[in-house]
Design a protein around this ligand. Sequence first.
Ligand code: ADP
Ligand code: MG
Length: 351
Amino acid sequence: MLEDKNKNQAKTPLSSLGEFGLINHLTQYFTLVQPSTVKGVGDDAAVLNYEDKQVVVSTDFLIEGVHFDLAYVPLKHLGYKAVVVNLSDIYAMNAEARQITVSLAVSNRFPLEAIEELYAGIQLACDYYKVDLIGGDTTSSTKGLLISVTAIGAADKKDLVYRNGAKKNDLIVVSGDIGAAYMGLQVLEREKQVFQANPQAQPELDQYTYLVQRQLKPEARKDIVSLLKELKVQPTSMIDISDGLSSELIHLCTQSKVGCNVYENKIPLDPQMISTCEEFNVDSTTLALSGGEDYELLFTIDTGDYLKIKGNPHLTVIGHMTEENEGMHLVTRGNQKVALTAQGWNALLKS
Ligand code: ADP
Ligand code: MG
């Protein structure tokens, strides 16, 4: 977990700094580490030099009340996560992440100290993933907090991996384990309700640390991109798991014009995720398929590359691609074929 700064009582109104004062204040301790950053914050635009690389760009919006709830998400974690989810998209192209921009709309409900916390999380992510903050925009909002991060990265043309390159018989591989972040959200939602009913109640999260960490402080799999390079494995297609395994599989299959068989008993689950599913009386496979926010990488490889990844503790083969007309299926433990559906992770809550 990220440690929160001592909650000092100071509450400096943002208006006391003015827009430029605020930008200066927030960005003053960021240093530039990427050789491709020619000019960062401070001019009308940033300047980048990518020489002969292909440039990859990805943006996400995070809206208070839609994508995060400040009742249980500390601002420092939010800043960290806002960066990570964007870097994950860059790594999903098999590219290196190099720069980010951060745009904020803030209501006057937030004092300077709150935005400092947010930027402490952003800076932690920049340091960890070695990306430069090179710009953004700052404005006011009538209500709530909105954050948009844009991530910029680079790759050699031959290394880029798209969603549409999978072929029949390719093996489907997933990094890490899945479903834990969604269970973490369920645990936090439950604690929030307990707290609302009884503000004196102390949250009991000890047995859920992994799940809560996966929800509040996800990591992007930069290490898997490096690992694949070391193993000399070029995935045929790749995507990051933000909306749930099932939905991402459907993206790969549809764009690659193939079908798939994924085996229920191969899906990598953490023991804490399994035991908490039992406690919440939900099916762990359903959760793994539809949960989301795992930020693991899902990719396909040629069967000829199998021996290169076999036995690697970070990678699990969960199935294979088939002919398009065979459809997209989960093969259950009972050997039944069930069609995959793209149930978004929000849909789960309502069902
Ligand atoms: P402009 O008026 O040309 O849009 P701004 O005053 O908004 O310029 O921004 C000045 C500089 O500060 C620019 O380099 C911009 O990219 C950067 N910047 C603005 N807001 C942020 C932010 N929230 N985080 C990081 N950099 C920012
Ligand atoms: Mg501006």
